[in-house]
Design a protein around this ligand. Structure first.
Ligand SMILES: Nc1nc2c(ncn2[C@@H]2O[C@H](COP(=O)(O)OP(=O)(O)OP(=O)(O)O)[C@@H](O)[C@H]2O)c(=O)[nH]1
Length: 332
């Protein structure tokens, strides 16, 4: 704790220099370990979605320290929902809650309590340390929000195109392999591109404002019909990409076709019926993101050729050897 400067300036600079959530978390962990010194045992519970809907979970804990007592009782285990409820009822100015064996610092963002830092009572912290801790947690949450907003499409709040490329590279290089390993069944990753059919007619007949509403509603339907661990992106104007793990291709097809049918059955305000076409591919055997996109694009092209409101797997295309001529139809 003796390392604390009056405002934690170096730590602040460290946190705001991070440009990925992963390095931001590591930086916060390092900062807390340094800040709390040898005596500090901490656990950080946080909801990364930056929304009240998600219950915070254990995101970080102190490294190389005794998190259990001699009887192997966890020192910092907390019952999250009631503690959260209690923190939410606290006045905004209250920055520290003293409980029997722990101290809790709420982490707020835009007036919401999104998580908290739990410190064991053995952690020896001078009074000035708490304000530095609060400051550091504030910087963390704001930097996280900045990173998240930079990854989002402003109209739909889906992940944006830049994030798509990064995610495909991560998956293709095995960085998301933990999910596949943890599943009881073997999982494969698939990438689908979905395009709203005859969208030009929507704009031409109803105007761009209604067109944007259609895009927004399709985005919401896609997002709410895939699981939390799947990724839904706004790929371009009226195009979306979905990246998700699945046991096998037939199941991936059934999932996508179910969502296609659901959108076709939804009544859109003013416009009425809207359909989407999709093409999808397994994320394997390609060197570049562009190769996967090209394959899904060709499958999507087939869905359009077959009359739209269809899903096509790249593996089902007969003439895979022929290069796709992008001039045939403009998809992107
Ligand atoms: N309202 C709105 N329109 C967009 C946006 N982005 C692209 N568009 C429009 O989407 C339309 C896409 O039209 P096309 O690519 O010709 O395709 P389509 O009419 O959907 O026909 P198919 O894809 O062949 O079924 C164009 O008129 C674009 O101007 C957007 O963000 N908002």
């Amino acid at each position: 704790m003796e390392k604390i400067s009056s405002c934690g300036y170096e730590w602040t600079i460290g946190l705001i220099s991070q440009n990925s959530e992963h390095t931001l978390d590591s930086c916060l962990a390092n900062t807390l370990n340094q800040l709390l010194g040898d005596s500090g045992i901490f656990a950080f519970y946080f909801s990364k979605s930056l929304s009240v809907q998600q219950t915070p979970c254990l995101t970080l804990a102190s490294t190389g320290k005794q998190l259990c007592d001699e009887n192997k009782t966890a020192l910092l285990e907390v019952d999250v929902p009631p503690l959260l409820e209690r923190l939410r009822k606290l006045n905004q100015d209250v920055q520290l809650l003293n409980l029997a064996h722990i101290q809790v610092l709420p982490v707020r963002y835009q007036g919401l309590v999104l998580g908290f830092l739990v410190l064991h009572n053995q952690s020896i912290i001078p009074t000035s340390g708490y304000s530095v801790l609060n400051h550091i947690l504030n910087v963390y949450v704001h930097q996280l929000a900045t990173l998240q907003y930079a990854r989002m499409d402003p109209l739909t709040q889906l992940l944006n195109r830049q994030t798509f490329d990064e995610k495909i590279i991560d998956i293709a290089s095995g960085k998301e392999a933990w999910l596949v390993r943890e599943s009881k069944q073997q999982l494969h990753w698939y990438m689908a591109i979905a395009d709203i059919d005859l969208f030009k007619h929507v704009n031409d007949n109803y105007g761009h404002v209604i067109g944007d509403e259609v895009i927004l509603l399709v985005a919401q339907l896609l997002k709410s019909n895939f699981r939390a661990g799947d990724y839904v992106f706004r790929y371009g104007g009226e195009e979306f990409a979905i990246v998700f793990p699945c046991e096998h291709e037939a199941k991936a097809m059934a999932k996508l076709d179910g969502v296609r049918a659901l959108i076709a059955d939804t009544r859109f305000p003013q416009v009425g019926k809207v359909t989407i076409s999709m093409g999808f591919v397994e994320l394997k055997d390609a060197a570049q993101v562009a190769d996967f996109v090209n394959r899904a694009d060709r499958a999507l092209y087939q869905s359009k050729q077959d009359g739209r409101n269809k899903v096509t797997a790249y593996s089902s295309l007969k003439d895979k050897q022929n290069n796709h001529h992008s001039g045939d139809i403009e998809l992107f």
